[in-house]
Design a protein around this ligand. Structure first.
Ligand code: BTN
Length: 264
């Protein structure tokens, strides 16, 4: 992928005005974090054709083969409190979902907090790294992995049941530059609205795409698994679960859907 070509078609003001395209890197999040520590500006994008140690949430690895996906990280310097940072991960998931929908005309499903699914299989994931003082954020690295051109055989066998790509879901080849430009454009609009108005404008569009709401789910939060019905996303971006008549407000966790209907 060529940075000049992407920048020339991109209509954003800040996000992606500088794009660094690498052939191979261990992790774009790790690389972007280092750049940010050395003063890189808000909006810088680090993108790699291949990651040799792509990181996922919960210390998982992220399969990032050469030339088949969008593996990239954005550097942000938002004037927000550290407690507001998790909201950015919902916002990013929503931006990815909207970009996919606008380019491929397929409805994307968001699995809280930020997995993006197509036809019930994971297509994109987001990993946020935060550098903060007690009351302020120094910078945030938003890592985004989108399986774009992988075909079923390109996934390791253990992922084939649960992961998919844009090309498989759409049934035709998909251009990575087009998807990248759409994601950065959606992200920029939503990000500046978030800075001005907080997370509230994200919650409605996010909830409409969140297939977990109304379902019975298991959520692993810390060492505890809670089974209950996912009832809503609250204004802070937390998932609200009702279990045995009691509400649980969860800021983080790993969710598994048990049934498509729930009881309260
Ligand atoms: C997840 O769903 O577990 C999050 C996956 C995040 C993967 C992306 S790929 C670009 C960036 N660099 C990394 O090492 N991880 C993120």
């Amino acid at each position: 992928m060529d940075a000049e070509t992407i920048i020339s078609v991109l209509q954003t003001r800040v996000i992606g005005r500088e794009i660094l395209c690498l052939d191979t890197v261990d992790s774009t999040n790790r690389y972007a974090r280092e750049l940010a520590e050395h003063g890189a500006a808000e909006g810088v994008v680090v993108l790699a054709e291949e990651q040799t140690r792509g990181r996922g949430r919960l210390d998982r690895t992220w399969h990032s083969p050469p030339g088949l996906g969008l593996w990239f990280s954005l550097i942000l310097r938002p004037p927000i409190a550290p407690a507001a940072a998790p909201g950015l991960s919902l916002l990013t998931g929503l931006a990815v979902a909207k970009a996919i929908e606008s380019q491929l005309h397929i409805t994307a499903d968001l699995k809280w907090p930020n997995d993006c699914l197509l036809y019930d299989k994971k297509t994109a994931g987001i990993l946020i790294d935060l550098a903060a003082e007690a009351k302020s954020v120094r910078f945030i690295v938003v890592g985004i992995g989108i399986n774009v051109r992988l075909l079923t055989d390109d996934f390791p066998p253990e992922l084939r049941e649960t992961a998919t790509s844009l090309a498989v879901a759409a049934g035709h080849s998909v251009d990575r530059e087009t998807i990248l430009a759409a994601v950065l454009t959606e992200f920029e609009t939503d990000y500046f609205r978030f800075l001005a108005e907080g997370l509230t404008p994200t919650i409605g569009p996010y909830t409409r795409r969140c297939g977990l709401i109304g379902c019975q789910v298991d959520i692993l939060a810390g060492r505890k698994t809670i089974r209950g019905t996912a009832v809503r996303i609250d204004p802070s971006g937390a998932l609200v679960l009702v279990a045995n008549g009691q509400e649980h407000v969860l800021m983080a966790g790993e969710v598994t859907r048990v049934r498509k209907t729930g009881t309260i």
